[in-house]
Design a protein around this ligand. Structure first.
Ligand code: GLN
Length: 304
């Protein structure tokens, strides 16, 4: 068995010394204040052992990482009908790109780009009694932690500047791929993105995807096939126009967010979460990607 704690230590030492830590996202004004010197990693192996280093217990904005949790809830609720409204192809474009959506008649390329996640938000609103409360309970339940919450200041901040998401939602509406009002769908979407979690909470929350759909509390959340499908979508679409690079360098299904988090997993082996708020040009955590590349190289554990 690899010396996991030793490997995390050496990754951490390299990361804190890095000269270029990337750039913190500023297009959501509230995220611009985050110190890019934060750096945390948390790993949980299948035998239940946990390893952490740095700021792995500090909450951060999970942003697009929430899209995977929202997708899992929607799949549990409506199963295969999702795929009539969202495709499963990598977009090869930034997360907020609109051109393809217009060309492809309002069917988003996949559920992990913004337009696809907005359709998933619409599905959740149509199928949950109290969408925001119920989604938060789902995330708390997956993690086994009731302290997890929305950050309403971040949600409001994104609402004030989320012009491209408004454009995407309006385009979806014009193609009749949104059932609920644009305002309502985006309010839900901005809230889901504003959820704050720590690396160790995210590692717990994503356990069910590494465990054929059954979460840490031993509840079945998804079928084995559904868990497999989400992992396939994370591998091919989780990093937008850098999905190929992530598969090439790291070789794990995973998902990033503009808050600087990345969750990645190896089915039946482990879940790992990194947090480093500085992003690269494609909007993925710069040091998080480097750390995960080192992790799979040093442990020789990846899907390939
Ligand atoms: N809330 C962000 C947005 O919609 C999420 C983007 C991301 O994390 N990549 O722009």
């Amino acid at each position: 068995m690899p010396d996991f704690q030793g490997i995390l230590e050496s990754i951490y030492q390299d990361a804190i010394k890095a000269n270029d830590k990337g750039t913190v996202a500023t297009y959501i004004p509230e995220l611009a204040h985050i110190d890019k010197n934060n750096f945390g990693i948390h790993l949980r192996t299948f035998d239940g052992n946990e390893y952490g280093i740095g700021d792995y217990n500090k909450p951060f904005s999970i942003q697009s990482i929430s899209k995977v949790l929202a997708l899992s809830k929607a799949m549990a609720l409506v199963s295969e009908t999702i795929w009539n409204r969202v495709d499963v192809e990598p977009s090869g474009h930034p997360f907020n790109q609109l051109a393809l959506l217009e060309i492809e008649n309002g069917i988003p390329r996949n559920p992990l780009i913004n337009s696809g996640a907005i359709v998933i938000a619409d599905i959740l609103i149509s199928n949950l009694k109290n969408p925001k409360e119920d989604f938060l309970s789902y995330v708390r339940d997956l993690t086994g932690d009731d302290t997890i919450n929305y950050n309403k200041t971040v949600a409001h901040s994104e609402k004030m500047t989320g012009f491209k998401n408004y454009a995407a939602a309006n385009l979806l509406k014009s193609f009749k791929n949104l059932k609920n009002p644009v305002e309502e769908v985006l309010d839900f979407y901005f809230h889901q993105c504003s959820i704050e979690m720590t690396c160790s909470q995210l590692t717990k929350a994503f356990y069910f995807l590494s465990n054929k759909g059954t979460c840490l509390l031993n509840k079945t959340r998804l079928t084995k096939t559904q868990a497999k499908r989400i992992n396939a979508i994370m591998l091919t679409c989780g990093f937008y126009d850098e999905a190929g690079e992530f598969a090439f360098e790291v070789g794990l299904p995973g998902k990033s967010g503009v808050g600087g988090g990345i969750v990645a997993l190896l089915p039946d082996h482990f879940v790992i979460t990194t947090w480093s708020p500085g992003l690269n040009k494609k909007g993925n955590s710069k040091l998080g990607m480097l750390a995960l590349e080192q992790f799979t190289t040093k442990t020789k554990l990846s899907v390939f």
